[in-house]
Design a protein around this ligand. Structure first.
Ligand code: GLA
Length: 379
């Protein structure tokens, strides 16, 4: 039974009648453009075929009842009396309800069962998927139009101000606005986006190292601060406004570590733009080289990879048919990804999983993933 069926069955068990709606919102893998989102820069994520699903039924009152097939404690909250209450998983849902209300939406209650096959803490945006599935549920129950940018902003606000985790807007935008078969080129300043077709004959392989970020927030927040310091030094709003030339000419006075952080962001923005050109032109080799360069920059300048990620990426790069590989997401553990010739993806996956396990003693998850549709109503 797949998630879509089991979540509907679980709904009947819990509420005694069938759900009348099923929504889903995907996780994402980022192809390139890491930590550039909160620097007003460019990103290129792709929604994956791993999602959060919610089977639901609207209520006439203003109460939300939600259970999860993966979590024990069910959530129950009133839309007129939202307050943060501990750190249970359903705080994400409350946070989204709060953020939508703050944005002026009039909400209505519903009851639902949620299930997710997006791995948690792997850098594939399981929380953004919960946020966008929740927003999709509210949009459908209340009957407001799905505005991906507004919804992504609400999701980010829930994450930053309600749950209390600092993030940019990439994950929510990917989950809200991607199209099947496409990656999402997003300008994180204007929030203008374009759906870019994925090249033919290429598989995106997710390489989960089975390591999880430890105290990720401190590392993430520290990078955020260092980027702010660098932007301040250059006298600009965000590092997006610094060109590679300016970085070299004016960056001398910066602290050495902060300089390297800035260099990652400035060069990564350029790599995203080059990646878009490569995709439009069908230059997969070039795209692969940009991915490789991105990994080196994250390893040496931004310092957000761990040993497992570096080992995974170097094993992937040795395999026939691999165009490029890099860690993906926030970093400090989690997943890498590789662009692989579709005909070789199966052998690639088996060999990489085997060699990684032999080298590290860790059991990875390696799977081909497909560019899926962003948040949607399924029935
Ligand atoms: C996390 C954050 C995103 C982004 C990435 C790094 O996934 O949620 O906003 O900053 O890290 O690119």
């Amino acid at each position: 039974m797949d998630v879509r069926e089991s979540v509907q069955e679980a709904f009947i068990k819990r509420f005694g009648k069938p759900a009348d709606l099923l929504v889903r919102a995907p996780g994402r893998v980022n192809l390139i453009g890491e930590h550039t989102d909160y620097n007003d820069g460019f990103v290129l994520p792709m929604a994956i075929d791993r999602s959060v699903w919610i089977a639901l039924r609207s209520r006439i009152d203003r109460r939300v009842l939600i259970s999860s097939m993966e979590m024990e404690t069910p959530g129950d909250f009133l839309l007129d009396d939202l307050h943060k209450d501990g750190s249970d998983w359903f705080e994400y849902l409350k946070g989204v309800a709060w953020a939508l209300k703050e944005d002026g939406y009039k909400l209505q209650g519903w009851e639902g069962v949620m299930s997710s096959d997006v791995p948690v803490g792997a850098g594939l945006s399981s929380s953004a998927a919960i946020e966008m599935a929740t927003a999709r549920a509210f949009a459908q129950v209340v009957g407001f139009e799905w505005d991906p940018v507004r919804m992504a902003k609400a999701g980010r606000k829930a994450e930053n101000s309600w749950v209390g985790v600092s993030t940019g807007i990439m994950d929510q935008m990917a989950s809200a606005a991607c199209q099947a078969g496409h990656a999402l080129f997003l300008d994180c300043r204007s929030l203008h986006y374009e759906n870019i077709p994925m090249p033919d004959g290429i598989s995106v392989v997710v390489l989960d190292t089975a390591t999880r970020r430890g105290n990720v927030d401190s590392g993430y927040n520290e990078r955020f601060q260092q980027c702010q310091t660098a932007a301040h030094f250059f006298g600009v709003k965000a590092l997006r406004d610094v060109s590679p030339q300016e970085l070299i000419e004016k960056g001398k006075g910066l602290d050495e570590v902060v300089y390297r952080r800035a260099r990652h962001i400035v060069t990564e923005d350029k790599r995203v733009l080059d990646a878009i050109d490569a995709m439009h032109a069908g230059y997969v080799d070039k795209l692969g080289q940009l991915l490789d360069a991105s990994h080196v920059s994250m390893r040496d300048d931004f310092e957000i990879t761990n040993e497992a990620l570096n080992i995974m990426v170097s094993i992937a790069r040795l395999q026939p048919g691999c165009y490029g590989a890099r860690m993906t997401g926030g970093g400090f553990g989690g997943c890498a990804m590789a662009l692989v010739d579709a005909g070789k993806a199966e052998n690639f996956s088996t060999t990489v999983a085997h060699d990684y396990q032999a080298k590290t003693g860790l059991t990875p998850s390696v799977y081909v993933c497909y560019a899926s549709q962003g948040a949607e109503v399924v029935v």
